[in-house]
Design a protein around this ligand. Structure first.
Ligand code: SF4
Length: 416
């Protein structure tokens, strides 16, 4: 036994020797004979205490995110963590995910979100296995979302989702213009979207969210206008809208595609805002609109700065003062060894600023009482200068930003 194995052995059994397997009982004799310096043992004990504290925090986490990294093809604007679908690789990934979930999911979650990538590109059997992995943690789930692409959804998969309690579907639509979809390398056309929504509704999955994009190369105001009209006809309760950012490592970035003129982007934003609010959608967060009562509960958790657990490749977790991010390398993830790429510890000051930044994104704002309890501070006293902004108001003990377009400027005053 070398020192590395000794550390693993010590951490596995410290205080729990009576749980040892027969094989490990033999190793224990070897371990006892090793002359391990006291400082090292103390360090290991500290590590154990730290992990126990993190586990106890994990037991109170309410939100679970599961990243499915596979896609059938790569969209030209996308820099998410994704891997081209391969049956064997998906099966190996499911093996590793099952171990990660077993070690880290320590609670029954209120919201679960299976995102990607493209979860619906998994075949029926793989999807069933994925949902079985998550099943033990979904007894009390209130909102259970899965992301799908319109071309890879079938009646069988929809029935499977319902069987496992999934009650919200998020569809990657982006546009209703088929030419524009092709230019993004999307594999669906708008007819696929209409069929997918119809199929979902026929099967009583009505809590549907649609993702759209604007400020796309070759997208005009007229094209966007038509897309919004088409989406309004679908009558879905939630719409997310994202403006294109061209990242270097995407196909668009490599082809040096240029963003649209800022003025056109601003006109597009205004068009979206006018049309959706006139049609009774509430602009409840910077990029999200919904019909009354259809906010994304999972995302509200992020904006409320609740702790969350993320599992699988590239997923992040926020537990107490720590932010963990898993490796985005499929090979490293499948090896199962040290799958964390990042383990950052934040000070309370940093957490407080991020909390404000996240919570002001929604029209419900920041819960001042909760903030004071979380960080043991007096919010009003601490930020009294920043609170002078004419674009901030306090309603029922919640701080609300009245002009989300200039939120970034407002936040600067909270950086103290
Ligand atoms: S946008 Fe979605 S479907 Fe397209 S490559 Fe990215 S994760 Fe995959």
């Amino acid at each position: 036994m070398n020192l590395f194995d000794a550390e693993k052995f010590f951490k596995k059994y410290h205080g729990l020797e009576f749980h040892m397997t027969r094989e490990d009982e033999k190793l224990y004799d070897e371990f006892k004979k090793m002359d391990i310096p006291k400082e090292l043992i103390d360090q290991w004990k500290n590590d154990i205490a730290y992990n126990q504290k993190q586990d106890s925090l994990k037991r109170s986490v309410k939100h679970l995110y599961v990243h499915v990294p596979f896609c059938n093809s790569i969209c030209y604007y996308c820099d998410f963590c994704h891997v081209i679908y391969n049956e064997k690789l998906v099966n190996q990934w499911l093996d590793q995910l099952s171990k990660e979930a077993y070690d880290n999911c320590l609670n029954q979650y209120e919201t679960i979100y299976i995102g990607g990538g493209t979860p619906s590109c998994l075949d029926y059997k793989q999807l069933r296995r994925l949902l079985n992995i998550i099943l033990p943690y979904s007894n009390n789930v209130k909102e259970y979302t899965i992301e799908i692409n319109p071309e890879s959804i079938t009646l069988d998969k929809i029935k499977l989702f319902k069987e496992y309690g999934i009650n919200r579907i998020s569809i990657g639509v982006q546009s209703s213009n088929d030419e524009l979809l092709k230019s993004l390398n999307r594999k669906h056309n708008y007819e696929d979207v209409v069929k997918a929504v119809r199929l979902l509704k026929e099967n009583d999955l009505n809590n549907i969210s649609v993702d759209l994009m604007y400020s796309l190369p070759s997208q005009t105001i007229d094209i966007l206008n038509q897309t919004i009209d088409d989406i309004l006809l679908l009558d879905v309760p939630h719409i997310s809208l994202y403006s294109l950012t061209i990242e270097e490592n995407t196909v668009f970035g490599k082809r040096n595609v240029q963003p649209l003129d800022e003025q056109i982007e601003a006109d597009m934003y205004e068009l979206i805002e006018n049309k959706l609010t006139k049609n009774n959608y509430i602009h409840y967060e910077v990029s999200n609109y919904c019909k009354k009562g259809y906010e994304s509960k999972h995302n509200l958790g992020y904006w409320n700065y609740d702790d969350f657990l993320g599992i699988s490749i590239g997923a992040s977790s926020k537990i107490g003062n720590n932010r963990y991010t898993n490796t985005s390398s499929i090979n490293k993830y499948l090896s199962g060894d040290d799958i964390k790429d990042e383990d950052l510890k934040f000070t309370n000051e940093e957490l407080m600023f991020e909390n404000i930044m996240m919570s002001l994104r929604t029209i419900y704002g920041l819960n001042i009482e909760e903030f004071n309890n979380r960080y043991n501070v007096d919010f009003i006293k601490r930020y009294k200068d920043a609170l002078n902004s004419e674009y901030l108001k306090i309603v029922n003990n919640h701080l609300i930003c009245t002009n989300l377009e200039i939120l970034n400027n407002i936040l600067l005053d909270f950086m103290i």
